[in-house]
Design a protein around this ligand. Structure first.
Ligand code: ADP
Ligand code: GLC
Length: 485
């Protein structure tokens, strides 16, 4: 199949979260299954400097602006990469969505509206590149208008829309409709309108031939008021087109036997060597290097989704016990300040690194004994999978992808267990789960078994890519005869 994969992030070029990891791995896994995949990404900030071999292949006018498409390959892969080169919209430093003060860029509607229009033209072979997509695979709100724009066209590719996070919807004033040159016919409550505003994500949810999320449990959860962010009705209405496909992880990059970013490689048979990483991690974070002390870790965006407040609320009770904990993350300044406050009060137990540090995240995964992921909701989550691969036992709130990837160590099913999970997103439940983990840690043979079961799991992209191929085939067969390609 010919697949146009549209994304607003791509590891290692531009990343704010897991979408970049997915876009950096899934296209190659699809290509390994003999598909012809092309990726479309905005040419943000310094990307062009990092890809000096990117050459202009076509030009077009989008929303009154002349723009170019540059062609190259995605780093570390054979995947053709098309960069939407529109300096007015994308030649800016820093975060792809936010200004340095944390507020959205004022023209995000135009920026991602233009990305959507470019996707439509490229997919339909309308800009002279001699390539026509069978499938357009859109990801999150930034490419959400593509299925809506393609839907009225008779000869069109099939569309798949992946929800990586329903909480981000791309909501703009009604006036954006004409600014983005969108057909007025799309402005209906069943279409792009959302409480009298323009919703990018509804373009995907209402019009894509197939919708999926990044775990089966999240696909169910988002059909309820608690997780549906106001879109649960629409999602229930389209439930026959909605499914969940678990993300994979890059098992080459995240491989404790061969990871160049950690001081000591190890495998399931040499887990005692993991201690050298623990020591290095303690030193790096300025904690006393005690290998008997339990070392817990957290990595992630410091936003309400990730349950940082649950950890903060559990800390006073936890601190009555001996343990250490490291945090690597950045985000809300409230969370940053609270974590720094605790690290100053308990410098031998709590250490915090505020910032984004890819290399350090490998040392954290390799050096910690346990990994905390008490997310309020988690469409998939990657760190609990990295953790299992590194023999670092995850403690997770049983939601979304965390529920689907971590087997709880309840006494009756210790055999398959790979971590600890808890049901209620509250500090008491988190505390109980941590204490349960500590009890298991004190039984070395049980703990080793947990570590090894996690390390033996298959988190490769190959499995997920096969499911995406199946989804693409379903999307193609959903195209009614009058709108067939
Ligand atoms: P989300 O996409 O919601 O942020 P995921 O678990 O899917 O959550 O993906 C987060 C990705 O970002 C992972 O690869 C994780 O290791 C990485 N990450 C998040 N925060 C940091 C950080 N401060 N330093 C390094 N890597 C980070
Ligand atoms: C989102 C979700 C995360 C998921 C990632 C990649 O950012 O918050 O759970 O793993 O997308 O799909």
């Amino acid at each position: 199949m010919k697949i146009l994969f549209i994304t607003s992030e791509l590891y290692p070029l531009i990343k704010t979260g897991g979408l970049a990891d997915v876009a950096g791995s899934l296209p190659q896994a699809l290509r390994d299954l003999d598909n012809d995949v092309r990726v479309l990404l905005p040419a943000y900030g310094k990307i062009k400097e990092r890809l000096p071999d990117a050459v202009p292949v076509t030009e077009m006018h989008l929303l009154g602006q002349p723009v170019r498409v540059l062609s190259t390959t995605a780093p570390g892969s054979e995947i053709p990469l098309w960069l939407l080169d529109a300096p007015k919209w994308f030649d800016r430093p820093g975060n792809p969505y936010l200004q340095s003060d944390g507020t959205p860029w004022h023209d995000n509607d135009e920026r991602f509206g233009a990305l959507c229009w470019a996707g439509v033209l490229l997919a339909r072979n309308q800009v002279g590149l001699n390539w026509q997509a069978d499938i357009v695979h859109c990801n999150d709100w930034q490419s959400g208008l593509v299925p809506a724009l393609l839907s009225p066209i008779d000869e069109r590719p099939a569309t798949v829309f992946t929800i990586h996070n329903l909480a981000y919807q791309g909501i703009f004033p009604k006036s954006s409709l004409s600014k983005l040159e969108l057909p007025a016919s799309l402005w209906t409550p069943e279409g792009l309108e959302f409480h009298d505003q323009l919703s990018f994500i509804k373009g995907g949810l209402a019009y894509a031939d197939r919708i999926n999320t990044v775990s089966p449990t999240y696909a169910q959860e988002i059909q309820t008021a608690r997780f549906g962010c106001g879109l649960e009705g629409l999602l229930r209405h389209r439930s026959d087109r909605l499914s969940g496909i678990l993300n994979g992880i890059d098992t080459d990059k995240w491989d404790p036997t061969n990871d160049q970013l950690i001081p000591q490689n190890y495998d399931a048979k040499s887990l005692e060597k993991k201690n050298a990483n623990k020591k290095a991690l303690q030193e790096r974070f300025g904690l006393p290097a005690q290998d008997k002390q339990i070392l817990m870790a957290f990595i992630g965006r410091l936003v309400p989704q990730k349950g940082v407040d649950l950890i903060l609320k559990a800390l006073p009770a936890l601190l009555k016990h001996p343990f250490q904990m490291v945090f690597l993350g950045s985000g809300s300044s409230d969370y940053e300040h609270s974590l720094l406050y605790w690290s100053r009060r308990h410098p031998d137990q709590i250490a915090v690194h505020i910032g984004y540090d890819e290399a350090l995240s490998h040392l954290v995964e390799a050096g910690a004994d346990m990994f905390l992921m008490p997310s309020k909701f988690e469409p998939c989550g990657l760190n609990q999978m990295f953790s299992q691969r590194y023999g670092t036992v995850p403690i997770v709130h049983r939601t979304g992808g965390l529920a689907d990837t971590v087997e709880d160590a309840i006494p009756s099913q210790l055999k398959a267990a790979t971590g600890i999970s808890f049901d209620l997103a509250d500090p008491g439940a988190l505390l109980e789960a941590i204490k349960r983990a500590w009890l298991l840690y004190d039984q070395p043979s049980v703990w080793r078994k947990l570590q090894r079961s996690g390390m033996a799991k298959d988190f490769s992209w190959h499995r997920s890519a096969k499911e995406y191929c199946q989804l693409y085939r379903q999307a193609l067969s959903d195209l009614s005869p009058q709108s067939s390609r």
